[in-house]
Design a protein around this ligand. Structure first.
Ligand code: DGL
Length: 267
């Protein structure tokens, strides 16, 4: 059982920012990643559709014999975790709770900003998780729909990116946040531009790192660590365009995605 892989899924390539943190923190664990590149983006779809896709993704990874599932997609985490946890025979973890915990620990004033896809922001998942982790927190949440295509196309800095960020983040200045949650897999790629716009006084919380810490705790709790000295395997599955995934993925993962296998997900 412990030699089984950790399964990770996302709507596409963005979850590789979470996988990168996982590999860094748990280098001996094997991983199997599924990017649902045929159906991306999830961020503009309804909770019902995203949950249906998430269940199908989980079933595909289950056939790869995984011991734990990481829902690396913020949108999927914000709407489908209860359904996944109910139907799967192994632990499931998303990125919202770890991100909210990190933000609760980072904020001094309790005034926290959250940015994410329209679906994540509309779900209210970060807002509730922050309320639980930092009672009395005042949270302002805004969708930044253009950040995902920008990051995918490699537009991560410069005047155009900062002009869009200035428009999307305009409300955070007057609200007076001291912490901003990057509540989407792609946003860590734009960290520099976002920091330039919100200013050095605002801490940026990236849920990838805290999710990796939470996965480590979950492996410990369920006694699921791979045996010491294990040689990890890295496998990648996608539902469309494996070459594009490997190319963009290498940038997100900061190490080569050698190849990705094309799979068909039966709904
Ligand atoms: N992975 C998604 C998220 O973190 C962003 C891309 C999408 O909309 O599917 O919310």
């Amino acid at each position: 059982m412990n030699e089984k892989a950790i399964g990770v899924f996302d709507s596409g390539v963005g979850g590789l920012t979470v996988l990168k943190a996982l590999i860094r923190r748990l280098p001996e664990e094997s991983t199997v990643y599924l990017g649902d590149t045929a159906r991306v983006p999830y961020g503009t779809k309804s909770p019902e559709v995203v949950t249906r896709y998430s269940l199908a993704n989980a079933r595909l990874l289950m056939r790869q014999e995984i011991k734990l599932l990481v829902v690396a997609c913020n949108t999927a985490s914000s709407v489908s975790l209860p359904a996944l946890a109910q139907q799967l025979p192994f632990p499931v973890i998303g990125v919202i709770e770890p991100g909210a915990q990190a933000a609760a620990a980072a904020t001094s004033t309790g005034r926290v900003g959250v940015i994410g896809t329209p679906g994540t922001i509309a779900s209210g998942a970060y807002q509730s998780a922050l309320g639980r982790n930092r009672p009395g927190a005042q949270v302002l949440a805004r969708a930044c729909p253009l950040f995902v295509p920008l990051a995918e196309e490699g537009w991560t800095e410069g005047e155009v990116v900062e002009a869009i960020a200035r428009k999307d983040l305009v409300d955070f200045g007057p609200f007076g946040i001291d912490t901003l949650v990057l509540g989407c897999t792609h946003y860590p790629m734009l960290k520099g531009a976002i920091a330039n716009v919100v200013g050095a006084g605002v801490k940026l919380v990236d849920s990838a790192e805290t999710t990796a810490t939470a996965v480590e705790a979950l492996l410990a709790e369920h006694k699921l660590f791979a045996p010491k000295g294990s040689r990890p395997r890295r496998r990648y599955f996608v539902t469309d365009l494996p070459e594009r995934f490997a190319e963009i993925g290498t940038r997100f993962l900061e190490q080569p995605v050698e190849s990705a296998e094309l799979v068909d997900i039966q709904m």
